[in-house]
Design a protein around this ligand. Structure first.
Ligand code: SAH
Length: 287
């Protein structure tokens, strides 16, 4: 059964900024997300990792677009699998949380892999409705549930989670507030994982390419250092840090040539190649 209580503030959207992020995701029907999700019913709002098969860019012309889309989807699913690989042992009776859950792709994959209970939280009511309908179609509504909640104040019970994660959703929030909430939710020894883009402290401040990504998504990309400071301040001790930058560049190269390119491909490629931006996985234990 769920162990939820109402969030301490009844208002899920607390700021004009959060309202604008919610409005963005409520309206979002981008083919780069929908057409890829339709390949096998796992809808992702994140990027891919790994090399692509170059033959998808060749003939026959009639099937080329669909083959590119399927290949991009395969790389996005590989990204979610990589995140789940870092969650540690999770059993069927354990509870895990997907914060900033989108249309639920990573949540369903976690339930399929571990058999565990999954709660997803997102500030988009459209996404909640979409993902809960999917849970119904998959026959897992008793185990996988999505909620219109703020990840900074989820209202779920303290110490109730074996694991939790943010798959490309940390750039919408203050990291100290976010990790305080994850640390509250996780049991002692529980695992937290994030995959995120962050800017490079070594090359200096926010580059022009990183600013263009922020502008495109109405988000605020954090410096790499901010993750470790905010984790250390909230009893989250990193156990693995994986730089996925090299592994995500092929996805962006393929996406730039795909029929579902959105125009943000060049800033990503520039930012990664000039090393002002990294794609990072961080796994941490709650102590
Ligand atoms: N993790 C998903 C979706 C990533 S897109 C995936 O990998 O497919 C970013 C998500 O963060 C969206 O679902 C958006 O609604 C959510 N989000 C942004 N700010 C949030 C907040 N304050 N609380 C909860 N969800 C938030």
């Amino acid at each position: 059964m769920t162990t939820t209580t109402m969030p301490s503030s009844e208002k899920v959207l607390r700021t004009a900024y959060q309202e604008s992020v919610a409005a963005y995701w409520n309206a979002e029907k981008d083919p780069v997300n929908i057409r890829l999700g339709e390949v096998d019913g796992f809808f992702h709002h994140h990027y891919g990792v790994g090399d692509y098969d170059p033959s998808v860019l060749e003939g026959p012309e009639e099937t080329r677009d669909q083959r590119i889309i399927e290949e991009m989807h395969r790389l996005e699913t590989a990204q979610a699998n990589l995140l789940l690989d870092h969650l540690g042992p999770v059993g069927p009776e354990d509870r895990v949380m997907d914060t900033g859950s989108g249309r639920g792709g990573t949540s369903f994959m976690a339930n399929q892999r571990f058999g565990c209970h999954v709660d997803g939280v997102t500030i988009s009511e459209q996404q909640v409705a979409f993902a809960n309908a999917q849970a119904g179609e998959r026959g897992v509504s008793d185990r996988v549930r999505f909620h219109f909640r703020n990840m900074l104040d989820t209202g779920f019970e303290t110490g109730s989670l074996r694991a939790s994660w943010n798959n490309e959703s940390t750039m919408y929030v203050d990291l100290y507030e976010l990790f305080r909430e994850h640390a509250r939710l996780l049991e002692h020894g529980g695992r937290y994982v994030t995959i995120t883009g962050c800017y490079n402290d070594v090359t200096g401040g926010r580059s022009k390419a990183v600013s263009r990504i922020d502008e495109h998504y109405t988000c605020n990309i954090h410096p790499r250092s901010a993750y470790f400071k905010a984790m250390a301040a909230n009893d989250l001790v990193p156990v693995a840090v994986v730089d996925l930058t090299e592994q995500t560049i092929p996805y962006w190269e393929l996406r730039a040539k795909s029929p579902v390119a959105t125009g943000i491909e060049e800033p990503f490629l520039t930012a990664y190649r000039e090393q002002s931006f990294h794609y990072l996985l961080i796994a941490a234990d709650r102590v």
